[in-house]
Design a protein. Structure first.
Length: 541
């Protein structure tokens, strides 16, 4: 995906036509038409949907304002609406004063299948398919380390860094952190659909059983389970009220699963949703859990069914959680990603049986629960900024985008590249405003959390460990994509030799960033990224 640049025409005119695109590092200039030739992409990429997890970093920027506001239609803050006249910096246009308002929304913060799938490819000696690399899922999977400072509100952590005091470009990372789980979870209604087709024989079925057992370890007395397979037989369990995590009836069903027989995923999902609706309880979390290697096809009506049942305008929806089993080389990632996108639930991939414990037991609340519904982030920058993002699920937009859910003890992370017209801009005290619109989990109350901070307070004298991790995670995912494609879907690299050279160069750069981030904070994730780069077939001797 090419970078989407959002800024005022006069700003782009100056940046592209006067200073030159190489200095600025934006590739909007080709669209603007102010220069000839190919644009050059500057340093810094964007991401979204990161995971908070453990860690003790809360960001380095100090803010003004902040906190919850139930007036979700509050207007622009002072200093951003043109009400306060401020002189333009030397070299900046003087005829543009409207603030730049951008909207961004990650895929649900618990969508994180892509990293484990890439990991299985690499450890088996293959390059991951670039079509299966979704950078925002890497930011969901690897913990950046943001912490909450509230028991019932979202926490906004903005931080900015640039290479030196004369740089026009800066990296701007925004963390939106949910509150931690404060009480025992609600009881749930789980409706399992386990793929037992012939393609699941062997490793696929082993991982499927590991998935159910990992989830079972978190079940509590009073949870309800429906259980069926894709072979068209009657449900193996219906409205079975569990005695706890060691419920004998559930264990017996899982241990006796076998592959074979007819496979009809559409019929199985239709039956699953019928069961889920039949035993739906609005005071509980209601989940359909599909465990499959994706080795089948669904039609448009199937996705419509899933999307309809996951809608939650004024009630608890029946969300679909997708658990991919692989193995990687035969796995249909596109199907599973599309199903979970329609179902508004988590998407995880198991590259081995142990991964089930990691994402489905240790991170159970993150995978299954919701802290904030319909989260949408609005960023307002002073008029002299332009911004781009190449690794969000969707491009930055000047219009409101589709909102997504945020899990407990979790975070959405956006890593943006911003550019301005003069280095002195970063010393100014005009405010940047971040507003997060969201709904409460149980009552669906509409709330807005806001943070306002002067541009010059976004920086810190100390390097941010959370920014270091975000930067390394994005660089790793983007490196796996290779050269990328142009607007027509054609590879940018002229041949395979150039592609390999670019991938290797970018992987080695990502490794350098991961080493720096490991030294800064929470080394486990960075050590894994370093190991994966070292095992990549273009790097490993």
């Amino acid at each position: 995906m090419n970078a989407t640049i959002l800024g005022r025409s006069a700003v782009l005119a100056l940046l592209c036509g006067v200073m030159g695109v190489v200095t600025v590092g934006l590739n909007a200039c080709a669209d603007y038409g102010g220069i000839e030739g190919d644009p050059t992409t500057g340093p810094g990429t964007g991401g979204s949907g990161g995971t908070a997890g453990s860690g003790d970093a809360v960001g380095t920027g100090t803010g003004m304002g902040g906190g919850r506001n139930t007036d979700v239609d509050a207007g622009p803050p002072p200093g951003l609406d043109g009400g306060v006249e401020t002189p333009a910096p030397m070299g900046c246009p003087t005829d543009v004063k409207d603030p730049l308002v951008l909207y961004m929304s990650a895929d649900d913060s618990n969508s994180m299948g892509s990293p484990a799938l890439a990991r299985e490819y690499i450890y088996n000696g293959f390059e991951p398919s670039t079509r299966k690399i979704r950078t925002y899922e890497f930011l969901n999977y690897y913990n950046v380390g943001y912490k909450s400072n509230s028991s019932d509100d979202l926490t906004i952590i903005p931080e900015m860094e640039r290479a030196d005091s004369m740089a026009l470009d800066a990296e701007f990372q925004i963390g939106i952190r949910s509150f931690d789980v404060q009480e025992a979870r609600r009881n749930m209604v789980f409706t399992f659909v386990v793929d037992t087709s012939g393609s699941m024989k062997g490793e696929g079925l082993k991982r499927a059983k590991a998935a159910v057992h990992a989830l079972r370890s978190q079940f509590v007395q009073g949870d309800i389970v429906n259980f069926l397979t894709t072979d068209g037989s009657a449900p193996l369990l219906e409205k079975t009220q569990l005695t706890g995590k060691d419920d004998a009836a559930l264990i017996n069903v899982v241990d006796n699963l076998k592959t074979g027989g007819d496979t009809d995923l559409y019929k199985a999902l239709t039956t699953a949703y019928a069961l889920a609706k039949k035993h739906y309880q609005p005071a509980r979390m209601n989940r359909v859990i599909l465990i499959s290697d994706g080795g089948t096809n669904l039609g448009t009506t199937d996705y419509e069914l899933i999307a309809k049942e996951s809608a939650d305008a004024d009630k608890e929806g029946i969300y679909l959680v997708g658990i991919g089993t692989g193995p990687a080389l035969s796995y249909n990632d596109e199907l599973m990603n599309a199903i979970t996108d329609a179902g508004r639930g988590a998407y995880v991939y198991l590259d081995n049986e142990a991964e089930a414990q990691n994402v489905l037991a240790t991170r159970f609340d993150e995978t299954m629960d919701i802290a904030a519904r319909a989260v949408q982030v609005e960023l307002t920058l002073p008029w002299y900024f332009a911004a781009d993002s190449r690794s969000t699920e969707n491009p930055l937009s000047t219009k409101k985008v589709e909102a997504q859910h945020l899990a407990p003890s979790d975070a959405m992370v956006f890593l943006l590249n911003v550019t301005t017209c003069a280095p002195s801009i970063y010393d100014r005290d005009e405010e940047v405003r971040i507003r997060v619109f969201w709904k409460t989990r149980d009552k669906f109350d509409s709330l807005m959390t806001e943070k306002k901070i002067p541009v010059n307070k976004l920086f810190s004298d100390l390097k941010s460990p959370t920014m270091a991790k975000g930067r390394a995670i994005v660089a790793f995912a983007e490196a796996l994509k290779g050269c990328g494609v142009d607007d027509n879907g054609h590879p940018i690299c002229k041949d395979e030799a150039e592609r390999k050279q670019v991938v290797k160069k970018n992987l080695l750069h990502a490794r350098e960033l991961a080493v720096l981030a490991k030294d800064a904070d929470s080394p486990a994730e960075m050590e894994q990224i370093i190991s994966l780069i070292d095992q990549h077939p273009l790097i490993k001797p």
